[in-house]
Design a protein around this ligand. Structure first.
Ligand code: FAD
Length: 440
């Protein structure tokens, strides 16, 4: 953007969170004048290059219960499940062909030590929502996943998959059609904190009544958020199309699959019959500075490919055609952080999606829009709003500590994958890893 502009709401970041916030603002109050500032292209961040798992928060029920109590945790899980369906419905309604497949999620164990990683969550849910996780026989897990390397698991039916970039670009189009002013190639350099906030870009400025920060991992550079986030990479590869072999293996239900490592493996099939396979938490960023290796790292891609071959040894001959990476904004408990920046009611933020943002960002956008519009509903009174979390240590202690913990986790999980007992020191250090997509 060039020159000086004004708006009711200025959103920083054109990923899912920023776009869904703009979407719900226009849905609920069409007269709201919304500007979105995106440094690159909408979807060029994590939203355009993720694994495409659309998950609920059921696997985070225990963390939610700790933060919000039983009733609110249950409500939040049900809302997050509804968001998965709503995402599909909105795509249909607006002609966004984002390859939405409601195939469910298999939470599996691929080593002996991973068996039962879900037990605490599944048992707690059996009291309040027994229908959520379905216990499967080990043979059934291996059959659906298409590989006997899967030793055990549970199934959660509400999950779906999407082609992430098509969703981001489709949402952008819908926002534009609704009158949102989107400026791509507009990097925000800073903003004033007193009301009304003014946002400075490289070539212009926007003065708004309310500012919404939806800049994912890049938000770790903001003073007030610095100690609440740790930025790690997630790294992905995609195989050549092998639809016939997927059919022969029996992986035909469109399920998305995770194992139960702390450095989680996540994988799914695509419409073309590829396997998209990713691994979370390998690269670590220093503070809010995101290195180029978070776009692509050949070394980490080789490691991800090794995990793909561990899960599917019979596919060693299938070429890997693509690899890429992206940044993850991990919060201390793996749930997002939404609130007023430094208590200022004119600056809101929604960050810390911790590798589960595709589905929850629809809900997060509702929460942020409801706060802006001061709606008198559950979203406007979201129970996790402005919650207090322990802070990560300051840099450079965090960077060094995170490397130590990551290395311990990596060695522990490598030993377990090879059927060896990991050293107790690695096991002990692994306890300090922040929670991710699944509560263990
Ligand atoms: C490889 C990978 C795989 C993943 N897999 C999954 C998955 O399968 N399922 C799942 O639920 N989640 C997954 N995630 C996480 C998910 O992608 C994110 O949680 C989600 O996209 C967050 O949306 P966002 O809008 O907060 O972030 P982003 O999409 O990153 O949007 C933030 C935007 O802000 C922009 N920005 C940053 N700084 C500035 C600035 N100064 N000025 C202007 N613009 C700025 C960025 O360019 C970016 O476009 C994955 C992430 C990665 C990287």
């Amino acid at each position: 953007m060039r020159g000086a502009a004004q708006a009711d709401v200025c959103v920083v970041g054109g990923g899912y969170v920023g776009l869904w916030t703009a979407y719900w603002l226009k849905e609920w109050q069409p007269s709201t004048d919304v500007v979105v500032l995106e440094q690159d292209l909408c979807g060029s961040g994590a939203s355009g290059r993720n694994g495409g798992f659309v998950l609920s928060w059921w696997a985070k029920y225990l963390s939610l219960r700790r933060s919000a109590g039983k009733q609110e945790a249950l409500r939040a899980c049900r809302e997050s499940e509804a968001a998965v369906r709503e995402l599909g419905a909105i795509c249909s309604a607006h002609g966004i062909d984002a390859h939405y497949v409601p195939g469910g999620w298999l939470w599996t164990a691929r080593t002996e030590s991973q068996r039962g990683a879900w037990e605490g969550t599944v048992r707690a849910l059996e009291e309040v929502a027994p229908e959520v996780f379905q216990r499967l026989e080990p043979e059934e897990v291996a059959r659906r996943a298409g590989s006997p390397q899967h030793l055990a698991g549970v199934f959660e039916a509400s999950a779906a998959t999407v082609q992430p970039a098509l969703l981001a670009r489709g949402l952008r189009r819908v926002c534009l059609e609704r009158g949102v002013r989107i400026h791509e190639g507009s990097r925000v350099r800073g903003f004033t904190r007193e009301p009304p906030p003014t946002v400075e870009t490289d070539q212009g400025s926007v003065r708004a009544r309310v500012l919404v920060i939806a800049a994912n991992a890049w938000s770790a550079a903001i003073r007030e958020l610095r100690r609440s986030l740790i930025v790690v990479s997630s790294d992905m590869v995609a195989t050549a199309p092998i639809p016939d072999r997927l059919f022969a293996m029996g992986w035909t239900g469109g399920e998305c699959i995770t194992d139960s490592q702390l450095m989680i493996d996540y994988y799914r099939t695509t419409r073309e019959g590829r396997i998209a396979f990713g691994k979370g938490g390998w690269g670590i960023a220093l503070g809010g500075r995101i290195p180029p290796s978070f776009d692509r790292s050949l070394r980490r891609a080789e490691g991800v490919t090794a995990d793909l071959h561990h899960a599917y040894p019979r596919l060693r001959d299938v070429p890997v055609e693509f690899d890429w990476s992206g940044p993850i904004d991990r919060s201390p408990d793996g749930l997002p952080l939404l609130g007023y920046l430094g208590g200022r009611r004119h600056i809101l933020y929604g960050v810390g999606w911790s590798g589960n943002g595709v589905g929850p960002s629809l809900l997060g956008g509702k929460v942020l829009a409801a706060r802006v519009l001061q709606r008198d509903d559950w979203y406007g009174a979201f129970p996790l709003w402005d919650r207090r979390m322990p802070l990560f240590p300051p840099e450079p202690v965090r960077y060094v500590g995170a490397h130590l913990v990551r290395e311990a986790v990596r060695r522990k999980e490598r030993a377990e994958a090879a059927g060896r007992n990991p050293s107790p020191i690695y096991r002990w250090l692994s306890r300090f890893v922040p929670a991710g997509v699944e509560d263990h």
